[in-house]
Ligand binder design. Structure first.
Ligand SMILES: Cc1ncc(COP(=O)(O)O)c(C=O)c1O
Length: 395
């Protein structure tokens, strides 16, 4: 009998062939941990905090009363309303549940939005450094990423003229992330407003990922929806993974014009078909009752950030960029005559600390490494000591 000759789709092959080595250091670090080696893991952006107890209790109570059935594709009305109320409070534009769609995490939301806005061969302009999760989604869709390298010396501030210069007649979407991963830079409200207006005038969608909006230390986060004068071309994505230490619950959302939500409804119907009811119940509760614990986590991240900046600031050869927000510190290692990959590999082998090489976020920052703050202070202190000793030995 002939052998089976089926092949996987072009999209599946694109995802396979473009697989980046961004997480090699982290994967090797996890292997070492499994072998019993004491490694300090500073790669991940998964909050180390437990989900706050009241949210867990709320989910359990809804689980017990049988909230375990199918739910509407666009999300439970209770959660859509909670998101809309949150948006209304933080923006001059009132928001209704018709403008909200619930996804299983912000990653799924980015995928859904870009699947509804882009065709194969279209271009999307994204500032670099960019979150590692975006390129695979665009490879899946078959769209072309046009990166716009931001200047580290200028604090990775968004430069509108660069964005405008990158737009061609194939561009359909401009995509920004504020506060940014990995840089922690906040895009100023006026810049967002001007970018939204310029995109509107050029028939471009402007999509903004804001999952770090609740962890700001300097400067003020203004959501794209709050900054823009008109909302016809504006899409905002957010979620609970970071802000509420709920990464494993998989809850994110899109706020967009009702016409786009209509199409996202079809997309969700075809793909996700609703997310867990009791999780959506507890997520609505989390959004409506978060004043205390979000502030506590923010202050803890701020202390961690200040500690690492101060400790690594004493290490000759390292230049850390102070993030305005978020859960990461970018550190320039070029004075050591190495790139980020060499530094990260050497650091793991010689000093048992894992950090992410900068090239994971774009070739323009290959001389950086990203240090995560999602570890308790004693672990961060141990990591910093080891980094300091490693650099000392390099000298
Ligand atoms: C900028 C950015 N967007 C989205 C995500 C993914 O969020 P979620 O866990 O909701 O899929 C992350 C996670 O690290 C992120 O850094």
């Amino acid at each position: 009998m002939d052998s089976f000759r089926g092949v996987v789709s072009a999209a599946a092959q694109r995802l396979d062939s473009e697989r980046s080595d961004a997480w090699d250091v982290h994967d090797r670090a996890l292997d070492m941990v499994r072998e019993g080696v004491d490694v300090v893991l500073l790669c991940v952006g998964d909050p180390d905090f437990r989900t706050p107890e009241p949210i867990i209790d709320n989910a359990v109570s809804y689980l017990r009363v049988g909230r375990t059935h199918y739910s509407p594709s666009l999300g439970e009305m209770k959660l859509r309303r909670a998101v809309a109320d949150w948006e209304t409070q933080t923006s001059p534009h009132p928001c209704t549940a018709d403008e909200v769609a619930i996804f299983a995490g912000a990653t799924a939301a980015v995928h859904g939005v870009l699947s509804c806005l882009l065709n194969e061969g279209d271009e999307i302009v994204i500032p670099e450094p960019m979150y590692v999760g975006y390129p695979p989604i665009l490879q899946r869709i078959g769209a072309t990423v046009v990166p716009v390298a931001l200047d580290g010396e200028a604090g990775f501030a968004l430069d509108l003229s660069q964005i405008k210069a990158a737009v061609t007649d194939k561009t359909r979407v401009v995509f920004v992330n504020t506060p940014g991963n990995p840089t922690g830079a906040i895009i100023h409200r006026d810049t967002l407003r001007d970018l939204a207006a310029w995109c509107y005038d050029h028939d471009l969608w402007l999509v903004c990922d804001e999952v770090y909006s609740m962890f700001t230390y300097e400067g003020v986060h203004r959501s794209l929806r709050a900054a823009a004068d008109r909302l016809d071309n504006v899409v905002m994505i957010d979620g609970l993974s970071k802000s509420h230490a709920m990464s494993g619950w998989r809850v994110g959302w899109v706020v967009a014009p009702a016409e786009l939500i209509y199409h996202l409804g079809h997309f969700l119907n075809a793909t996700q078909f609703g997310i867990t009811q009791f999780i959506q119940d507890a997520s609505a509760f989390a959004l409506e009752n978060d004043q205390l614990y979000v502030a506590e986590m923010r202050e803890e991240y701020r202390d961690r950030r200040d500690y690492v900046l101060q400790r690594l600031g004493e290490v000759r050869g390292l230049r850390c960029h102070s993030p305005q927000a978020g859960m990461f510190i970018m550190c320039d290692v070029s004075a050591l005559r190495m790139d980020g990959k060499q530094f990260a590999e050497g650091l793991l082998s010689a000093a048992r600390v894992s950090v992410v090489p900068g090239h994971a976020f774009g070739s323009s920052i290959s001389h950086y490494v990203r240090i995560g703050l999602a570890q308790p202070r004693d672990v961060l202190a141990k990591g910093c000591e080891r980094i300091a000793r490693y650099v000392e030995e390099l000298h």
